[in-house]
Write a protein that binds this ligand. Structure first.
Ligand SMILES: [Mn+2]
Length: 318
């Protein structure tokens, strides 16, 4: 952390990158850091390859550039919430010409960057940004506090994913609240303003969910025909998963979705400590975390992938 602070003090221009398919934690961290650096009189530039699909980050899209064309020769690249350089989507656009700071909370990945602050114990990257701000003897503005809280709320599922190891997340939340963040406001930014058709797609997904393997595996699916009727941006799987996982006897929930050109995407969730979905997905060419993972199948359809899932998890769940 000390070397990162030194690098920040010594430079005046910062290029801030996050990961592809950004979430509230990534965008909240990037933006909060940019605003904080500006507070210190520094110049900062924000980069993201998108897509800005999630409701809570859509409104920030125009603050991010999609190509890296730095005007200064001098400067520092800061990569946030990425465990490998290619997760930025900018890895072949010349980031390596600049000294690189990495701030991340993933437990796996590769060691890269000149100055690293990686803490897998942190529930969100925004916690590490607050650590940095405080280590520099500064305080977040109300705006920065709310951006940091956005990341903390979304990465912890509004604190629902935290366990007995989560005390630090609550300490951070208490500080950010004192600095002016409102979890109530953030909750409605994240979960409000849904299109009416969202309800239709949620009801379709829930109505279709079927249990397999003595009820331990629950699968729902969406097809291209569904998306012909209901736009796919109305997909709200974050609402569907908790209900699937709340079903009696369920250990693993799977969501299957047909994409264009024969690609089928699968999302997996569990609440069981003894199931490693990252490993289960890796066997099918995907990856992820223990409790949330996914994979893709080419040249297939939802029906075939449902069969594949049942066969695969018959072996994994035993
Ligand atoms: Mn994160």
């Amino acid at each position: 952390m000390e070397k990162i602070i030194q690098a920040i003090k010594e430079h005046s221009t910062f290029y801030i990158f996050g990961h592809i398919d950004p979430d509230g934690d990534c965008i909240g961290s990037q933006l909060a850091l940019a605003r904080f650096l500006e507070q210190l009189g520094k110049k900062s530039f924000l980069y993201s390859k998108g897509k800005f699909e999630r409701q809570e980050i859509k409104r920030f899209q125009n603050l991010f550039a999609g190509t890296f064309e730095p005007e200064d020769k001098d400067g520092v690249a800061i990569i946030i919430d990425c465990s490998t350089p290619d997760r930025t989507g900018f890895d072949d656009e010349g980031i390596e010409r600049f000294p690189t700071i990495v701030i991340d909370h993933h437990s796996s990945g590769e060691v890269f960057g000149d100055f690293r602050h990686v803490n897998p114990q942190a529930s969100a990257c925004t916690m590490l940004i607050l650590d940095l701000i405080e280590a520099m003897g500064e305080k977040p503005s109300k705006e920065v506090a709310e951006l940091l809280m956005l990341g903390l709320c979304t990465d912890t599922g509004f604190f629902k994913h935290l366990t007995e190891t989560g005390a630090r997340a609550f300490e951070t939340a208490a500080k950010l609240t004192a600095y002016g963040a409102s979890t109530n406001r953030i909750y409605f930014d994240v979960n409000g303003n849904k299109k009416a058709a969202t309800l239709k797609l949620i009801s379709l997904s829930l109505g279709r969910a079927a249990q397999y393997l003595d009820g331990r595996l629950i699968i729902t699916w969406e097809t291209l025909e569904d998306y012909a009727e209901i736009p796919r941006e109305c997909r709200d799987i974050d609402t569907v998963y908790p209900l699937l996982l709340a079903t009696e006897g369920v250990q693993v929930a799977a969501s299957v979705k047909e994409d264009d050109d024969g690609k089928v995407t699968v999302g997996l969730r569990t609440r069981c400590e003894n199931i490693d979905l990252g490993a289960a997905a890796a066997l099918l060419g995907g990856g992820g975390h223990k409790k949330a993972a996914g994979f893709k199948v080419m040249n297939s359809n939802a029906e075939a992938v449902v069969r594949l899932l049942v066969e695969h998890f018959a072996k994994i769940l035993g």
